[in-house]
Write a protein that binds this ligand. Structure first.
Ligand code: PEP
Ligand code: MN
Length: 343
């Protein structure tokens, strides 16, 4: 349930509502942008049945949502959320490019950082705890990799993002990274989501490989409900019957989710296709669909990459691609992807 306040309502009117909601045993989360104050009511709404919130001074309307998520909903926060990773903004008018190797490697991470930075990337991304399908595949460098990643980011002046797979690693990752990635296999690992939320770092939440949009937004809700409003959604492809590509990249979810939610949406065409030759086209398509950014795997020498070699772009391809992405963003800038039916 949301309580939408009238423009120009006083802080006393707002506080009275918050107190009434809390007195009924629920929590009130206030969302405020330049033109609206909305109070999100979190908890068992049945307890508010005897409290006529509509009758409070300053209330314009009370909206009851038949959705299992609230704080992630556009109704709660009508404007696009803009989230900072280091000094880079995600969401709003910006287009963010996160790039780097699938796995941080001692011998190549500095070269990778220089290459993605020269290509125009905004964030360096590399895994040190790798969720590999087989236990015999390279599992990542672990803690030493975190330090390498941070130092490589500092070397080129880029913030860094990396995945945490385990609640026991969250604090360690938070010490070195500017944002925490939650991978597709862990989208519904609620303990991990809560631990990531507690760091107050931005959470890059990948969509589960067989999860619905609603389940994805509910996963985001776990982070938001724990008081961390810095969630960035990432579409990375779904399992399908067809093994022609690694996953089926669901680009229609981009304008859909931007309509349902205020959270930024980025797209990962690398895992979405599994093939370097398909990545540029799908990256361009993602921006045209309204994505707020891209997550693209790149490696100074893709053939030598210790993980996901087939989908890594060369620095040269990345360098040609990034200006194209910005050009497409420029064309579509201001297009109301959200909130206006039929556009
Ligand atoms: C990754 O980003 O390297 C990764 C393992 O992604 P996903 O969780 O989408 O498979
Ligand atoms: Mn990968």
């Amino acid at each position: 349930m949301f309580v939408v306040l009238r423009p120009g309502c006083t802080s006393e009117q707002r506080n009275r509502l918050v107190r009434a909601i809390e007195a009924a045993g629920l929590r009130a989360r206030v969302s405020e942008d330049h033109h609206r104050v909305v109070i999100g009511v979190v908890g068992d709404e049945d307890r508010l049945r005897s409290v006529a919130l509509e009758a409070f001074d300053g209330v314009e309307r009370v909206v009851t949502l038949k959705k299992p998520y609230r704080l992630a909903a556009r109704e709660f926060h009508p404007a696009d959320s803009v989230i900072k990773i280091g000094d880079r903004a995600v969401g709003g008018t910006a287009l963010i490019v996160m790039s780097g190797p699938c796995a941080v490697e001692e011998e190549s991470i500095f070269q990778a950082a220089e290459a993605v930075s020269a290509a125009g990337a905004d964030v360096l991304r590399g895994g040190v705890f790798k969720p590999r399908t087989s236990p015999y595949q390279f599992q990542g460098l672990g803690k030493p990799g975190l330090k390498l990643l941070r130092d490589a980011g500092r070397h080129v002046g880029l913030p860094v993002v990396t995945e945490a797979m385990d609640t026991r690693h969250i604090d360690l990752v938070a010490e070195y990274a500017n944002a925490i990635q939650i991978g597709t296999r862990n989208m519904q690992n609620f303990a991990l989501l809560k631990a990531a939320a507690a760091t107050n770092l931005p959470v890059l939440l990948k969509r589960g490989r067989a999860c619905t949009v609603e389940e994805w937004l509910c996963a985001a809700e776990y982070v938001l409900n724990d008081g961390n409003d810095r969630v960035i959604l990432c579409e990375r492809g779904l399992v399908s019957f067809d093994d022609a590509v690694r996953n089926l990249l669901d680009l229609s979810c981009v304008p859909l989710v931007k309509r349902l939610s205020h959270l930024p949406v980025v797209v990962d065409p690398s895992h979405g296709t599994g093939r370097a030759d398909l990545v540029p086209a799908m990256a361009r398509a993602a921006v045209a669909a309204g994505a707020d950014g891209l997550l693209i795997e790149a490696h100074p020498r893709p053939a030598d990459a210790r993980s996901d070699a087939r989908q890594a772009l060369t620095p040269e391809t990345l360098e040609r691609l990034v200006p194209q992405l910005h050009a497409i963003r420029e064309i579509t800038r201001g297009t109301p992807f959200a909130g206006v039916p039929g556009t």
